[in-house]
Ligand binder design. Structure first.
Ligand code: ANZ
Ligand code: ZN
Length: 856
């Protein structure tokens, strides 16, 4: 007998599909395009469940779009530069390239076992010279356009990974995104990309992204952090310099009782009086190692010392003391603030602590003017103690005060962003070399385009000591200057790997091009990506950088007339789905804080630590090696097959929600697929006959078309794969229960079930399609269309109520006409029985549902 054997059929079809080139991208037809993209993986060595979920989601979308008549681009590649490869080299003596390509080969094999409809001819790896040549080319274009530059500054230093990091790569607790180390500050000259030049566009264009989760758009807007305000200048008593402060509240300028410089501000040393020098120096030293969070969070102590110097409020002519304080950051605004204790929370705390005056200049409508403030009043209100601005509302006054400042030379209106330029230098080997040569005569000289790629040298020693191995390789570092020929030195920093991933989606449409980064006609045809699927952890990082790159590449050579613009769109990703995490059952000993592997827990109903006997804490947490709660995809594939794994992952939770791994539910999907198998294997294809359909045929047909409608909507709308699979289950039940097993309607129902299930369980449906005598791949079948007429029922079940109480139901011909329904109901035995001897006084009809008789 023919039983469902996933192991056999899955590998057979994977091989056959490859041989048939079934998933090769259609580049010739005039069908509408659809670009389905997963965030490409880092080749760490093994696929984890998070990958599986990500790629299966994208695959279902790609498969269904193909069946719906699109030409689909569904590629895959590798985000292949990065530190783990270099660490492997240090620890195990394997060259980073060897380690990386071995991992890629292994993981490619694992991906293929999932039955993904990927066009592998377009595979790319960011570490290959054919790819990074164009990453370097982009860098040169940035440099040419003034968008890549070098700058001295205080940078984030990761002491574990021994490299600098971009601001986006330090989390809100001050830890590295990669190593988790607490990041330190270091003064270094580094390369930056001028993302700040695109701040306004990156913010405004978020409005175009209605297909993105609101949460991600908000996170990006907050990261860009636009503030509208003014720079105001406070002259220093007895000096020529002025202190420029950035404020979002110019309306509070009459309430300034002190000015604060960031401890790192160059004016700090200059204005400090000799009396205060010792205190100021000590404070500066102490603040150096405080994190940004520690310094600025509202609940953390605000501390400072006076410099002994005074500044003049230009609006009032009053002298106010100049302080330095931990809560003022050097990197934001002008690195100095005006202290207005009455209207700012941090300033209020600071003033209370150091007995600085608190002058209220804005009142609430309800406030009793005699009562002193007990907390800062931060809302808008009416201006007081503000000279000619008194009586104005503070929102209007804000504008008037900026104008007044501009007229009198006290300052200017200013828009300030939180976004900083992107630090892209990394002091590591396994990355794209920055194509610059430093010449003693010419300075930083770009490597000529014709000489790209600047290849990574291969004969490098990885000792883990002494910093970047590239910098130690004399034979690579020493080159003649491309401009003047003088002995010069290569730049030894490599680029942040987020640079590599900022443009890979532009390369897939024309992945093999060795003349150009891509042919603009081809890339513009496929872009933007119609559906992007990936992890929420990139909400700011990758997704912001990719948007930035898209805009810059669009603007390359904007002035060159006659040149085809490389890109003709503003945003790379039309729709974004951020899939939830895959969580596993986790055991933790609350006393020792140790995680215990599932295998070690003897009695799952009553889990205890096998070593200490302590009762364990049980929870569902994101799968990870360190928590011993992971499920290896390979194990699941070996036991149940890819189709079951796919079905489970899609069924268990909506795609954007976290998913709790549950073996029993995996079993459930396996049983469902077996049911589907048995149902389909026995049927015989029949062509439709034109005769009148019987009642049971009509009922089954209605079920089929309801399923087509529901599943199509689930896939076209918000990707409710879980409800789509429920519909498949309902349809298979209806088919099982149908009384018309030798009818063409029955055959059509089974075929429809197979087609609707094909994107979810591609192998088994393909096998069934062939076994039941069809030719061609099921994956090339058109998606089913639903017939609205088929949804109409012939009969409905009408509820009969007497005085609002349900007394029974009757079957009646389907109609929406109230009078007809009332007539059927009056005639029924139920009504007659319950209204006997009474008069019907009123009738309420809910068409399609019920008739209620009021009697008396
Ligand atoms: C005076 C004032 C009065 C302020 C008031 C607020 C309320 P956002 O929205 O984050 O841009 N500020 C400016 N530069 C700073 C720096 N380098 N470090 C710490 N704080 C700084 O906030 C801008 C406000 O944060 C500015 O407006 C300034 O305080 C402070 F009733 O100026 B305000
Ligand atoms: Zn030179």
């Amino acid at each position: 007998e023919n039983t469902y054997n996933p192991a056999e059929i899955e590998s057979k079809w994977q091989q056959s599909w490859t041989e048939q080139n079934l998933y090769k991208t259609d580049t010739t037809s005039s069908k509408p395009k659809y670009y389905a993209l997963s965030m490409f993986p880092y080749p760490s060595g093994n696929l984890h469940m998070g990958h599986v979920r990500n790629y299966v989601i994208t695959d279902v979308v790609a498969r269904q779009k193909r069946m719906q008549g699109h030409r689909v681009l569904h590629p895959m590649g590798w985000d292949a530069f990065g530190l783990p490869a270099e660490n492997a080299a240090i620890e195990r003596g394997i060259h980073p390239a060897t380690w990386t390509y071995q991992n890629i080969a292994h993981m490619r094999g694992q991906l293929q076992k999932l039955g993904l409809s990927i066009d592998w001819d377009r595979e790319l790896a960011t570490c290959s010279p054919e790819y990074y040549r164009w990453t370097q080319w982009i860098f040169l274009k940035f440099y040419e356009g003034g968008l890549a530059y070098q700058k001295d500054g205080m940078v984030n230093w990761d002491p574990i990974d021994q490299t600098v990091l971009a601001n986006e790569q330090v989390d809100s607790e001050g830890r590295s995104w990669r190593s988790g180390a607490i990041v330190e500050k270091k003064a270094l000259k580094q390369w930056y990309f001028k993302i700040t030049e695109y701040a306004e566009q990156l913010l405004n264009d978020l409005e175009q992204l209605s297909g993105w989760p609101e949460k991600v758009r908000t996170m990006q807007a907050n990261w860009i952090g636009k503030s509208i305000g003014a720079n105001l200048e406070f002259p220093i008593v007895g000096a020529d310099e002025k202190i420029a402060v950035f404020t979002t509240r110019p309306d509070t300028v009459y309430g300034v009782s002190y000015v604060v410089l960031a401890p790192e501000h160059p004016l700090t040393a200059q204005v400090t009086t000799s009396d205060q020098k010792a205190a100021v120096d000590a404070f500066v030293e102490e603040i150096k190692n405080q994190s940004e969070i520690e310094r600025t969070a509202e609940d953390k102590p605000k501390r400072g010392v006076p410099t002994g110097a005074m500044a003049i409020n230009p609006f009032t002519g009053t002298e106010v003391p100049i302080w330095i304080a931990n809560y003022v950051l050097y990197e934001y605004g002008t690195g100095a603030v005006m202290g207005v204790p009455a209207h700012d929370v941090r300033d209020f705390k600071f003033a209370k602590q150091y007995q600085l005056p608190i002058t209220q200049v804005i009142t609430a409508p309800s406030q009793n003017a005699d009562e002193p403030l007990t907390v800062a009043y931060t809302e808008a209100g009416t201006m007081i103690n503000s000279s000619q601005f008194d009586g104005l509302d503070s929102v209007t006054a804000k504008q008037s005060i900026v104008e007044y400042a501009e007229q009198n030379g006290y300052g200017n209106g200013k828009i300030q962003y939180k976004l900083r330029d992107w630090l892209i230098s990394r002091q590591r080997y396994w990355g794209v070399p920055i194509p610059i040569v430093h010449c003693p005569n010419c300075g930083a000289v770009p490597v000529p385009e014709a000489e790209l790629p600047v290849k990574l040298p291969e004969d490098v020693e990885f000792t883990g000591k002494g910093g970047n191995p590239l910098a130690q390789l004399e034979s690579w570092v020493n080159v003649p200057c491309p401009t003047c020929g003088t002995p010069a030195k290569r730049e030894t920093d490599t680029m942040d790997t987020f640079v590599d991933s900022s443009w890979y989606f532009l390369r897939y449409p024309d992945a093999g091009n060795d003349k150009q980064i891509f042919d603009p006609n081809i890339t513009n045809d496929w872009m933007p990506v119609d559906q992007y699927v990936g992890g929420i952890e990139h909400a700011v990082l990758h997704l912001l950088y990719a948007r930035f790159f898209t805009k810059i590449i669009r603007d390359f050579g904007a002035g060159d007339r006659g040149k085809t613009k490389l890109l003709n769109f503003d945003e790379p990703f039309k729709q974004l789905l951020t899939q939830g995490m895959v969580q596993g059952l986790t055991y933790k000993n609350p006393k020792t804080e140790k995680y215990i592997p599932i295998e070690a827990v003897l009695d799952p109903a009553n889990p205890t630590d096998p070593e200490t006997g302590d009762v364990l804490e049980v929870s569902m947490i994101k799968m990870s090696k360190s928590k011993y709660n992971g499920i290896d995809p390979e194990d699941v594939l070996a036991k149940y097959g890819a189709d079951t794994a796919r079905m489970f992952i899609l069924f268990k939770a909506p795609p954007e929600k976290d998913l709790e791994w549950d073996e029993a539910d995996v079993e459930g999907q396996f049983r469902f697929l077996n049911r589907l198998w048995r149902l389909a294997i026995g049927y015989k294809p029949m062509s439709a006959n034109s005769g009148e359909l019987s009642k049971s045929e009509k009922d089954l047909r209605r079920f089929v078309h309801h399923a087509i409608q529901a599943i199509t909507e689930d896939l076209d709308g918000d990707y409710q794969f879980n409800t789509a699979i429920s519909e498949l289950m309902k349809l298979s039940n209806a088919i099982t229960d149908a009384d018309c097993k030798d009818s063409p309607v029955y055959a059509d129902a089974i075929e429809t079930l197979m087609i609707l299930a094909a994107p979810f369980a591609p192998h088994m449906t393909e096998e069934l399609w062939q076994l039941t005598g069809h030719s061609g791949s099921i994956h090339e079948q058109p998606w089913r269309q639903f017939d609205p007429a088929a949804l109409e029922a012939d009969e409905i079940t009408l509820v009969i109520q007497i005085m609002g109480k349900t007394r029974g139901t009757i079957q009646v011909p389907a109609t929406k006409d109230s009078a007809t329904l009332e007539a059927y109901a009056r005639e029924s035995a139920i009504t007659k029985k319950f209204s006997e001897g009474k008069e019907i006084k009123k009738v309420i009809v809910v068409p399609g549902k019920l008739v209620n008789f009021i009697i008396g």
